[in-house]
Design a binder for this molecule. Sequence first.
Ligand SMILES: Nc1ncnc2c1ncn2[C@@H]1O[C@H](COP(=O)(O)OP(=O)(O)O)[C@@H](O)[C@H]1O
Ligand SMILES: [Mg+2]
Length: 428
Amino acid sequence: MHVLVIGSGGREHALAWKFKQSPRVKKLTCAPGNAGMAQLGECVTADVKDVAGLAALAEKINADLTVVGPELPLVLGVADEFARRGLPLIGPTKAAAEIEGSKVFAKEFLKRHGIPTPGFTVCSDHGDAYVALCAVEWPVVIKADGLAAGKGVRIAPEPDDATAIIEAFMEKRELGPAGDRVIIEEYLEGEELSFIVLTDGKSVLPFAPTQDHKRVFDNDQGPNTGGMGACSDEALLDAALRARILREIVEPTFRGLEAEGRPYQGFLYFGLMLTADGPKVLEFNCRMGDPECQPLVVRLESDLVDVFEKLAAGRLGEAELRWSADSSACVVLAAQGYPGNYETGKPITGIEEAEKADGVAVFHAGTKRADGKLVTAGGRVLGVTARGADLRAAVERAYAAVERIRFDGMHFRRDIGARGVEKLAAQR
Ligand SMILES: Nc1ncnc2c1ncn2[C@@H]1O[C@H](COP(=O)(O)OP(=O)(O)O)[C@@H](O)[C@H]1O
Ligand SMILES: [Mg+2]
């Protein structure tokens, strides 16, 4: 079968890597892909915002299955366009993807269906926002409504900070229309958990638990990023809490979407805060997480193509996800300046040496080939991913592999998985 992967990040390289291991995949096309994906299949120029162009590509190459990595084409309706042309695709329709595309929609949806989420006020202009800020407890979280590539959520410790954020989002319109409405949200303490599931609208197949590391510096300091690393270990989530998340959050979400005429198909990512009061939804993502995808695929033993094929046919209930008993970790190597402005075109060395170690896979994100040389081409450059007998071993292996890799200005967190290791040690 011929599989088309849409996107160009570490998540998409990891999916392509997993597909390539399936004896059933004869051909792989990536649109647009990156230098790592080019080693696995054919990369074609593509604009992920051009949903008609993507559907035309799938038609032209006769793709048997298309998997969408990033949220943008889904929010723009790529699934609807594929469905109109009878092309199988994994991902929600435009109406269902609004659960990520509009945080205002998501919060009001959560409230309508009694699903636990932090308290909030929706503000449609800056006047409303300044009024709402008079009645909050500090700190407060301010969220732009629309897609903002990780730049739309800021924590305001004090009123002055909040005023500056509202000014930036709503008056200076630094995020464009994404900031025309904002949410002022209650700040929650707790540990974050990425709970990712696949659904065909009838059955729900949860992925193994993962933990992302959002902030750019160690000990969760500095600004938010797209994610600086992630780890996966079965013990990050105990059975009772898992059952509670499914019962109080996952099931009512899909029931609610169905009842509102937005049946859901594809990945749904629940960004959760585990509070003293139980799990609460911080946000939804209408696709797989990046970097969570990287530590997940290296633990997944099932053939993902089989799973997706059953999903596309509405028979996900017949599919299963088998996980290795190993743990895994992914350390993101970023370009100097990321998540702010960064330079590109820096030569990268050492990937082959890094991958010589057992259980190590280096997934490319912002990379490309220029004059035959591998160079940086984005803020997040590589995701060094390793499996190990336990989380500590996985983390150690990933960092040993990181030592082999060099590019000018490279930076990374040194504490990926550290909290997980501590938590697991405390359980023993
Ligand atoms: N209510 C909240 N309380 C505490 N931290 C929050 C809250 N909402 C978001 N955050 C922090 O901000 C990060 C980004 O927020 P999120 O809602 O996931 O938006 P996005 O991923 O679109 O930037 C979260 O991963 C979390 O660390
Ligand atoms: Mg998030």
